[in-house]
Design a protein around this ligand. Structure first.
Ligand code: ADP
Length: 470
C-alpha cells in the first residue's frame, strides 16, 4: 500500500515533541513491512533543511481566499531516513525557524494542506491511504470529501491520529473562505461549538480515528477540551494504538549522543559514566540518586508544580538527592526553576531550553524520571527511560497508565494517582528507599531495559487498520 503521512513535525527534520518521533519512525517500519510509506511536512527554515540535499519534484500555486501563494515540493535526495520525505516550501509562510506559535498558523497549515492536495491532483497521484496527524493536517479528510477541486480523491481512505486533543486549531468564520470551494450545506462538518474546529472536523470526516494509547481514548471521551460528546459519538470508528519507540535511534549500544554506550551486560558501568558526566557538568554529587524531568514546561505535564516539588523534595532530603531539569515552555515556570539553583546549588540544576543530546545523556545517566503529567496521550519519555534503565515515576494517566506498572503491584515503576505535590513527594520517598536497596534497584534497572516497545509490533496494528479500509 502507498501511504502518505501528513504532519507538522517529523524527527529529525523538525521536532517539538513526541509527534515528531512517531512520524519519523512509523513510516520506516511500515516500509520494512513491505509498504510504501511517505512523509510530507512543511519546509521550515531550520538546520535540517539547510544541511540536506533535495530535488524539486513539483511547483505550483495555491489560493487562500484572495491570496495566492507559490509553493514547491522537494524530496530529500538520499532516502537516508528510511522513507521518502517531501517538504513543501511556501516561502511567505514557512521560511521561518520554528514549527508553531506564529499569528498566522491558521494560514500556514491550511496552505500546507491545500498545497499537498493540489500536488496529488496535478500529478495524478492516487495513494491508498492519507494518514493525518493532529489538527495541523486534520482538514484533509473534509477537503477530499467535500471540496470540489479534490473530487477524484473522494474514495481515498483517510485516518486521523490524535497525538494531543488539547490543541484543536480553532479559527473564526471570517477565515472560512480560505478553504477551497465546497457545498456550504456541508459546513456542519467543519464546526464545533461556534467556531471552525479542524480537529473536530477531522474526527467527523476521517474514516478512522486513532489515539496514541488505549487509555487516552477512554479518557478523552470524558475530558477533551470540549470534544467529549463528539468523541463519544464517533467512538465506533475510533481505536487506541500505543506508540512504539524507534529502537534504532534509542539504542544504548549504538546511541552516538550519549557519553558511553552500554549493553545489558555492562549497563551499570555505562549508566555510571553518563551520570558522572552529568554530575560534573551540573555540579551534582554522583553518589546520590539522580531524579530528572525532561519535557515541555506546560500545565499538561504538571510542570507548574515542579518548582514546589523540587524545593520540598530537596528540603526534606537535604544532601541526599539530586534533581536535574531539562525543559522549556511557560516563562514563569522557567524562571522559578532557574532561580531554585541559588538555593540548592550542588543538589539541583536546570537547563532551560531544548537539547536533544542532553536529553539522551539524561535518559542514560539518571536514576529516576519524573512524569507528574495531568494529561499524557501516550508519553514517549517513560519508554525511553525504561529502555535506558532509568526508573519512571509517573502519574497514572493516559499512556503512562498503559506502560508503567507499580513495583507494589509486581511491576517496575513508581506510580501515583494525582498530579499533586504530596503524591510526587511520596513517590520520591519510595524511590529513595529503592535506591538504598542496590540489589533490587539493579534487578529492576536490568529488567526494564528488556521491555519491548518497538515499532515492529505496533506497525502491524496500523497495517491492520489500513487493510480494513481498503
Ligand atoms: P509531548 O509530545 O507531549 O511533548 P512526548 O513524551 O510524547 O511529549 O515526547 C516528548 C519528546 O520530546 C521526547 O522525545 C523528549 O525527549 C523530547 N523533549 C521534550 N522536551 C525536550 C527538551 N527540552 N530537550 C530535548 N528533548 C526534549
Amino acid at each position: 500500500m502507498e501511504i502518505f503521512h501528513l504532519s507538522a513535525e517529523c524527527y529529525p527534520v523538525a521536532k517539538v515533541g513526541g509527534l515528531a518521533d512517531v512520524v519519523g519512525a512509523l513510516p520506516k517500519y511500515l516500509n520494512q513491512a513491505g509498504h510504501k510509506a511517505k512523509v510530507v511536512v512543511p519546509a521550515y527554515n531550520n538546520k535540517f533543511v539547510q544541511e540536506n540535499e533535495y530535488e524539486t519534484v513539483h511547483q505550483g500555486q495555491l489560493r487562500l481566499g484572495r491570496f495566492v501563494f507559490s509553493y514547491s515540493i522537494a524530496k530529500e535526495a538520499t532516502g537516508k531516513l528510511g522513507f521518502e520525505l517531501y517538504q513543501i516550501a511556501i516561502p511567505e509562510l514557512f521560511d521561518r525557524p520554528n514549527v508553531y506559535s506564529y499569528e498566522d498558523d491558521t494560514e500556514r497549515f491550511l496552505s500546507f494542506q491545500i498545497a499537498f492536495l493540489n500536488w496529488l491532483i496535478e500529478t495524478r497521484q492516487r495513494p491508498d491511504i492519507l494518514h493525518c496527524h493532529d489538527h495541523h493536517t486534520a482538514l484533509i479528510p473534509f477537503m477530499v470529501q467535500h471540496c470540489l477541486n479534490y473530487e477524484v480523491l473522494r474514495l481515498t481512505p483517510t485516518i486521523l491520529t490524535i497525538h494531543n486533543g488539547q490543541y484543536q486549531g480553532w479559527f473564526g468564520y471570517d477565515k472560512l473562505h480560505y478553504l477551497p470551494q465546497f457545498d456550504l450545506s456541508k459546513i456542519g462538518y467543519l464546526e464545533w461549538n461556534g467556531t471552525i474546529n479542524p480537529l473536530a472536523s477531522g474526527i467527523k470526516c476521517a474514516w478512522k480515528v486513532t489515539t496514541v494509547s488505549p487509555s487516552y481514548l477512554d479518557e478523552i471521551s470524558n475530558r477533551a477540551n470540549g470534544l467529549e460528546n463528539l468523541l463519544r459519538w464517533e467512538r465506533p470508528k475510533s481505536l487506541g494504538i500505543l506508540n512504539g519507540i524507534d529502537t534504532e535511534v534509542w539504542n544504548t549500544k549504538t546511541d552516538s549522543l550519549v557519553v558511553k554506550n552500554y549493553s545489558l551486560k555492562d549497563f551499570k558501568k555505562g549508566k555510571t559514566a553518563n551520570k558522572a558526566y552529568l554530575c560534573e557538568q551540573f555540579h551534582l554529587n554522583p553518589d546520590l540518586p539522580l531524579f530528572t524531568f525532561i519535557g515541555r514546561l506546560v500545565g499538561e505535564k504538571g510542570a507548574d508544580l515542579l518548582p514546589q516539588i523540587c524545593s520540598v523534595a530537596l528540603h526534606q532530603n537535604q544532601g541526599k538527592i539530586n534533581i536535574l531539569i531539562l525543559g522549556s515552555g511557560d516563562t514563569g515556570v522557567e524562571l522559578e526553576l532557574s532561580s531554585l539553583q541559588n538555593f540548592y546549588a550542588g543538589n539541583y540544576s536546570a537547563y532551560i531550553g531544548y537539547n536533544e543530546k542532553l536529553a539522551h545523556i539524561i535518559y542514560a545517566g539518571a536514576d529516576f524520571l519524573l512524569m507528574p503529567s495531568r494529561i499524557e496521550p501516550c508519553g514517549l519519555n517513560q519508554m525511553y527511560a525504561l529502555r535506558y534503565g532509568t526508573i519512571p515515576i509517573v502519574r497514572r494517566t493516559g499512556g503512562l497508565r498503559d506502560t508503567v506498572l507499580d513495583i507494589g503491584d509486581g511491576g517496575f515503576g513508581i506510580c501515583h494517582n494525582e498530579t499533586s505535590v504530596s503524591d510526587v513527594i511520596h513517590s520520591i520517598s519510595r524511590a529513595i528507599q529503592l535506591f538504598d536497596q542496590p540489589k533490587t534497584f539493579d534487578a529492576i534497572r536490568k529488567y526494564i531495559q528488556q521491555i519491548d516497545h518497538s515499532w515492529d509490533k505496533v506497525a502491524t496494528e496500523y497495517i491492520d487498520v489500513y487493510e480494513s479500509l481498503k
